[in-house]
Design a protein around this ligand. Structure first.
Ligand SMILES: [Zn+2]
Ligand SMILES: [Zn+2]
Length: 291
């Protein structure tokens, strides 16, 4: 049995490699299975599945959803989702629409503040990729409304500043629901970014999320300390959660993290995939029995 990497981004979100390239790279690394977990999109999954079939690597259809959370950031992973499921697709469309409205809203706010920049100018500096606040800052700088990039954020663009518009996010409950309804297994990603104070806070959060349908927790992650890893593992065991792990590889050398091995220490066994499949099938069975 080989090794796996269950947290990977492609160019369908903010990764550098295309889904096919990632699959081929994983194969060259000797992995047995990978999950494509792009941010808020499943657009890269079909291509990854096809390439996997072609070259003999198991590709797990998945997603990573950023959800609303008052502390730090909460990311929910959904494994083995049915990418053709109507509710899933409807929800992702809703998300895209809200995101698409965000940038024009920020333009509107800047215009109201007496700064006549246009969305076309922002699009131009973005070079055709995902448009974000750094591109707004670039235009403000180029047109001398601010003296530095930082000033653009301080005066206009940072959270709470006059041109800032909140990003639309689903609640954890909503995301767990559409992942589960699409026959996926919902897993809490990298708990160390939640900004919690200690084990008790995380335990309480897990109890709540499990009630909503959470089935697993990402225990192995390059940025988890060994103490955190141990803590997450024992919580997983206490609450019967599936243990998953992955590198969050984006196709570039970031903090020395590479596909499949993280900073060199990771060896995630294929049994993780089997555990996910078991949970998925048990959900399907019980769903079937209850009609
Ligand atoms: Zn994440
Ligand atoms: Zn990620």
């Amino acid at each position: 049995m080989g090794y796996v990497d269950l947290h990977i981004h492609t160019s369908a979100s903010d990764g550098v490699m295309t889904p096919s390239e990632i699959v081929r790279y994983a194969k060259s690394k000797g992995l047995q299975a990978i999950a494509i977990t792009d941010h808020d999109t499943i657009d890269g999954v079909s291509e990854g599945l096809e390439e996997g079939k072609k070259i003999g690597l198991e590709v797990i259809p998945a997603i990573e959803v950023s959800v609303e959370y008052h502390h730090g950031s909460m990311h929910l992973l959904g494994y083995f989702i049915d990418i053709h499921h109507p509710l899933l697709n409807e929800k992702l469309k809703e998300l895209q629409k809200a995101r698409a409205e965000r940038n024009p809203k920020m333009i509107e706010k800047l215009n109201q503040l007496g700064i006549p920049i246009t969305y076309e100018e922002v699009l131009k500096v973005s070079g055709g990729g995902q448009v974000g606040r750094p591109h707004f800052a670039q235009v403000l700088l180029e047109k001398h409304y601010v003296g530095t990039f930082q000033e653009a954020f301080e005066r206009y663009l940072k959270k709470g500043a006059p041109a800032y518009v909140d990003k639309f996010r689903f609640t954890p409950k909503e995301a767990i629901k559409f992942i589960t309804e699409a026959n996926g297994v919902a897993v809490l990603g990298h708990p160390n970014t939640l900004g919690l104070n200690g084990p008790n806070d995380l335990e309480q959060l897990l109890i709540n999320l499990i009630q909503e349908g959470l089935r697993g927790i990402e225990v192995y992650y390059p940025e988890h300390s060994s103490a955190e890893t141990a803590q997450y593992k024992s919580l997983a065991e206490r609450y019967g959660l599936v243990i998953t792990g992955g590198t969050d590889y984006h196709g570039i050398d970031k903090n020395g993290v590479d596909l499949g091995i993280g900073k060199g220490e990771m060896r995630l066994p294929y049994s993780m995939v089997e555990a996910l499949k078991e949970v998925r099938n048990s959900c399907k069975d019980s769903g079937g029995r209850s009609g």
